[in-house]
Design a protein around this ligand. Sequence first.
Ligand code: ATP
Ligand code: LTN
Length: 328
Amino acid sequence: MTRVLSCIQPTGDVHLGNYLGALRNWVIGQHECDAFHGIVDLHSLTVTTEPGVVGENTLKLAAMLFAVGLDPDVATVFVQSHVPEHPQLGWIMECTVSFGELSRMTQFKDKSAKREAEFISAGLFTYPALQAADIVLYDTDEVPVGEDQRQHIEITRDIAERFNARFGETFVVPRPVIPRAGARVMDLQDPTSKMSKSSTTESGLVYLLDDPAAVLKKFKRAVTDSENEVRFDRAAKPGVSNLLEILSAVTGETPEHLASRYSQYGPLKTDTGEAVVELLRPIQTRYHELLGDREELTRLLRKGSERARTVAAATYQRACDAIGLIRA
Ligand code: ATP
Ligand code: LTN
């Protein structure tokens, strides 16, 4: 059975880009594949320094993952820091990737540029090595992510291949799986940038927990262009095309087909907003129910982490043996 793994950081609230680009596909995939999904709390330490924040966000994110439809009896949902093999193999991966390769990562360049005068941790730079460990620890065949993560999966493949060439066949080399619709949801206020938790404007991001009035308002105010023609053309008409892509991702119809139905921007904005409100309604109800019982959430995460650890510990030992480290 195909082994699938993907992870999400417990930083900020989950938005529509995360859902359409990643989470929704995890939910579909859990019934077809052997699915592992991590809440990567150690990754979020690259940018979070306040005490207490990451743990609280981890519980909220767990509630959201179960609310969107991940079933703890089907998928293995775990917390990265509960599985110590992640940072252990992360170090070995750091020694298998070069400074030059890490320097070329666009996520590092973007995030460090945005942080300007703030503290830029070394972890932000070596982040892809830990991500590579996350992936290869589970003998992962496929990694379902949004388009923004393609480069991180490519570097994981390079690292895994290099390790295998140095020390003998040890790791499975993973493939990225990127959805056609929703792979790159753009900021509603700045449709040339991806919708991102670390965005500076709130009004361009639709959070899964936004109430209906907020969602409709954000879509109504979405930036389009000064023409008056509904056409799907990402380069020339990024705002309108983003709306069409979102509506397409929710309804399943193609953006081109949807475009032919509209002659004005107003109705397209309203319909897209309303479709998103309906998409979010049941998710929000389940989220609030789940977050009401934190003990149960913690229990489910521990169960997932135990299962994850069994797989991760075996792979880690295999890697140590391949290198020839002396067993403890
Ligand atoms: P940040 O911008 O702070 O890195 P993020 O919003 O990108 O945060 P992540 O936790 O890094 O969120 O990503 C979780 C998943 O969501 C990843 O698989 C990523 O590819 C996907 N994703 C994030 N933003 C988008 C987007 N705008 N469109 C489609 N997929 C996205
Ligand atoms: N870097 C990813 C989050 C992430 C991840 C992973 C995704 C960490 N480890 C392993 C897939 C597989 C991000 O910023 N979205």
